[in-house]
Design a protein around this ligand. Sequence first.
Ligand code: ADP
Length: 450
Amino acid sequence: MRILFSSLAGVALALIIGALIGHFVSITAAAWWLAATFALFALVHAGYLATLHHWSSLPRQRSLPAGLGPWAPILARLTRFARQEAENRQELGSELERIHTAVDRLPDGLVVLDRYDHVLWANDSAENLHGIFGTRRPIHHFIRQPEFARFLEAPEPSGAIRLQLPTRPGRTFEMRLHRTDSDQRLLISHDITDQAKLDAMRSDFVANVSHEIRTPVTVIAGFAETLLTLDLDEASRREYLGNILRQSHTMQRLVDDLLMLSSLESGTHEFDEDQVDVHQLLSRLLAEARTLSGGRHQIELALDGPQRVMAVPSELESAVRNLLTNAIRYTPEGGRIDIEWRVKDQEGWIAVRDTGIGIPVESLPRLTERFYRVDRGRSRASGGTGLGLAIVKRIMNRHGGQLHIESEFGHGSTFSLRLPTQRLLADPPLPRIEPAAIANNGQAAGPQEG
Ligand code: ADP
């Protein structure tokens, strides 16, 4: 509106001046004035139109001049628009740059495929994982596994497939395809090695547990069936019932160990630390071990470490008991078992040394795996569950300590529980002994032993 008025005002002014010239000078002069004025108007407008035309062919690289008369607000507005557009573009550009950098840094590979499964775009991870270079090449040039081709060709691929990629030996990737709005699809490659290992461990574990339970259950069912169907004399009946009881105990131990292990692993087991009197604990376990051995082994205890440590009493007891049971289990009759408590390199060491069958060196790193046994038959025959050392290792980890194993095949083994220095508690000072008491008894009270 403003432009229309100012243009009309300009024309009106030229006409008024023309009329005045006609009135005061001559009609010819007025005609010349009007002709000259309108020619100037036309020239100015043509000049600005030409400038606009020139600018509009490359608006991002050219700037507009300041305008005259009605052109002033038009050009000012266009200049403002152009500046705003340039700023928006720059902002958008840096935003895009940031998104690009972030997407390139993603550990997951991202590939955008067109409707013919040709690569339109890939992030850095995808380029490295699949060796993608350039665009417009079919994705199966880079991922050549037949199962991937089948996955890609499925009418509406859903879910995911797991693949091993030649560029990353030993690792497992999960590939997923998502349809985007248009005809494009997004292929995501995600490293699931840890998850795959966990899945394998879980299914191994379930298979192992089922196997361990099946054996005693089969035996119990067999004996029970015999007892039911055959008319047995009292001695045979007692023998069969004894077998059933033994197998039940094996199952009970297995269930107890499984529950203990799962509560240690899930962290639901309370970590109720307390002062533990190691001397008293080991003396009690020595007596227990001697009973279990039934005189078949010589079992000795040496106490050279501090009396008390900070630990979860039941867990420390369970760990030592496991080592002692194993020592008895895997040491033939007549062998010797030594229990030692001492401080070495500022750590507390509870060592159980035996002169038993020992462990082949290649088995040593696997001993703390769940259900690993060097000799499956021997372990089962002696009531082992294959979970003992796995439990001991987790208990030691919870205490910030370690299970240390040394063994010589055929000669014996030493299993040591290493407790960190901060778990060792200083012994209370010895009670002061009056000189008179020494004189009376002829000797001083020494530190407690055994
Ligand atoms: P198990 O219930 O079978 O004893 P563990 O986890 O306690 O299970 O031990 C794992 C395996 O380590 C045993 O099956 C056995 O082969 C071996 N082992 C453990 N302690 C000893 C030992 N003192 N001497 C020889 N072998 C041992």
